[in-house]
Design a binder for this molecule. Sequence first.
Ligand code: ADP
Length: 178
Amino acid sequence: MATQIQINQTILELTQGDITQEETDAIVNAANSSLLGGGGVDGAIHRAAGSQLLAETSQLGGCKTGDAKLTKGYRLKAKYVIHGVGPIYRAKDPHVSKMLASVYQRSLEIATAHQLVSIAFPAISTGIYGYPMQEAAEISLKTVISFLENNTQLKLVRFVLFTDDALRVFEEKLSRLI
Ligand code: ADP
């Protein structure tokens, strides 16, 4: 069961699942700054998209933490992948929360610049990069909500959380933010 709220013309949805199966215009990858693939969701996206994805990302010269770059989706159902580079978590460091917010902001800006109308995000930085799910959920949701309060082109922003626990944390946070 997905949770949905509406912000201006956009549906913000929380669901549990595997982001590689999404049919949104773009899916966001929790990439590392090399953009050369890795473990977790990054590995799953590269496997599902096929080797042409690595051929394209290897031409991009990497990506800075807090920024994102767009490629085609190749064998994915999604037309595009937006490779966002989240921060490695460090407790009590305000820079990491800024960088996490920035990846969501940049991904949404890139989607808008390419006239996309739907985008799916994983919980960036909450796996190998160690960001606590509670803190990440708050920053991620706040950033997306404030973007959607000012930008109305997107019709759907979906968080695809890998586990039921992650979904519950996001649902709980969302209910406190609206
Ligand atoms: P990071 O290095 O940014 O922490 P990870 O890929 O290790 O990236 O983890 C980010 C989040 O993505 C974690 O919450 C993890 O459970 C989740 N995840 C892993 N595989 C998938 C998938 N196929 N679909 C959606 N989320 C996934």
